[in-house]
Write a protein that binds this ligand. Structure first.
Ligand code: HEM
Length: 145
């Protein structure tokens, strides 16, 4: 029996390894989460909560690393994006440098949209929502309370 036909017993029935693998998040699922994290990253930085901004930049990086595992064809672009784009955003967060953050963030958004075009989806142009998220304290004091 091929390994991917191995059956796993769950509380509700049996699933093969192939069925389980095919239920892992799709590129679109991961990208939807990436978009949310990236949105919160910008507004946390603008609010002055730099630790929260760095948290969301790292969360974006972690989701992209998952994409590289699940879809190896993106691994090279993900590695370049991490070293060229996410690293610059994280460095700006570490330095609490608003100007450097805005420059690095805008470059990262432009690069993401170039990658969407490269991979056949030029109509996916991510733009930062103007509204800040309302579920988190984005102010500098947010980390002190
Ligand atoms: C912070 C950077 C990025 C943001 C904010 C972003 C955002 C998004 C969003 C919102 C979508 C639409 C998801 C949906 O609701 O279905 C999407 C799709 C997509 N993105 Fe990104 N993206 C980023 C970086 C990247 C990178 C680095 C790559 C490639 C290495 C990439 C490749 C793709 C692809 C291929 C799709 C189409 C998904 C599908 O096949 O369903 N993106 N992206």
């Amino acid at each position: 029996m091929p390994d991917d036909a191995t059956r796993i017993q769950t509380a509700h029935g049996e699933l093969t390894l192939r069925e389980i693998a095919e239920m892992l998040p799709s590129t679109g699922d991961l990208m939807a989460s990436i978009g949310t994290s990236w949105w919160k990253c910008a507004h946390a930085a603008r609010g002055g909560n730099w630790e929260l901004a760095a948290y969301f930049a790292r969360r974006t990086r972690g989701l992209l690393r998952k994409l590289a595992v699940l879809r190896p064809k993106y691994a090279g672009d993900v590695a370049s994006y991490e070293s060229e784009r996410i690293a610059a955003v994280l460095a700006a967060c570490d330095g609490e440098d608003t100007a450097a953050f805005e420059t690095a963030y805008a470059a990262a958004v432009g690069s993401a949209n170039e990658l969407h075009a490269k991979w056949g989806k030029p109509y996916i142009r991510w733009t930062l929502p103007e509204e800040p998220p309302t579920d988190l304290d984005l102010s500098r004091g947010g980390r002190a309370r």
